[in-house]
Ligand binder design. Sequence first.
Ligand code: ATP
Ligand code: MG
Length: 393
Amino acid sequence: MNKLIIIKYGELTTKKGNIKFFIKTLKKNIDCALEGLDYKIEYDNGRMFIFSNDLDEIEKRLRYIFGIHEIIIGYEYDSIDIEDLKKNLIELIKNKELDTFKVETKRSYKGYPITSMEVSRILGGVVLANAHGAKVDVHNPKTVIDVEIRFNKAYIYFGGESGLHGYPLGVQGKGLLMLSGGIDSPVSGYLAMKRGIRIECIYFESPPHTSDAAKEKVKSLVRILSKYSGYIKLHVINFTEIQEEIYKNISHEYLITIMRRMMYRISERIAHKNNCKIIINGESIGQVASQTLTSMSVINETIRMPVIRPVACLDKLEIIDIAKKIDTYETSILPYEDCCTIFVPDHPVINPELNKCVEYEKLIDWPLLIDKAISNEEVIKITKENENFKDLL
Ligand code: ATP
Ligand code: MG
């Protein structure tokens, strides 16, 4: 008998054409996450099996991997003979408290002489005869006893824990996440990763108007997100000169609109340079003046690359719920100023006009300023290991 982890795949099974690529990518991601541990992986189109003496640690690390539907601790047997199955099940339930239960059998080996229903019935009888107080309940059992027969091996397990679902990271290529220190953008990054998109991040800072602490906070958020991907590249863009030029020369009600148009332009250039196919951000419809549909379209007009807004249609409370689940919330609410907040005008325009933006932008030499900002970018590679961010909390 081998104790092992069985992985049920997430939505992969619905993508028939890509299944091999998806499973290979998942396997690669799991190998990266399990680095340093001693283990062996076997897999087919339906399941992945992990053997190791360190299953607890492996289970912990699998909780951060997209593309997994369920993580199961189970038992593997070399015999599929029904008499052996009975004996093995009795051994497993010996020390188990069983109340209501049902046995569910799956045979991917169709040559097996007994039907699944019949195996369940026989093994159910064995449980009733050997577990004191156990009762069958096929509708709402406390324990489901799963039995799988796959060619020359049998597996028994008692349910599993839910994985992160989604697609394996990387199956969709890369996107560039506009990451501020707020609540929304880290959640957007997480949701994009869940669709299989590997991310790089871009952060606009405006020293001395924004502090080092604000930048550290963003690095901490990247570090938390990197738990789901191993590492993430962060591009830090010094936005001070652009912001000051806008502030000095352009009508203040258009400050935010123009500033965001510049952010989009820079993001698209950085995305192209780093093979990112899309931009991801944390805009949420109606949340602030720059997130009305008119604002969003006037801002979006500057670039051709698709912009994905995973939280666009979520309520703030729904976004906060996810932020808490993925552990970014406590860091996001630390009170360090964002470069958007320091230059916020009293009355930002809610329905900006495109032709006005174009006229205002003629007042500054933005192509030059953007070139300069991009050539001065700082690139930081962040992994989940360097956890010194705790000092900040
Ligand atoms: P968040 O909670 O993510 O900060 P927000 O509700 O504060 O979002 P805005 O400040 O209008 O909204 O920003 C909208 C989006 O623009 C952010 O979610 C983020 O994707 C991007 N963004 C804003 N400020 C920055 C910045 N300094 N660096 C990088 N991206 C930014
Ligand atoms: Mg913000």
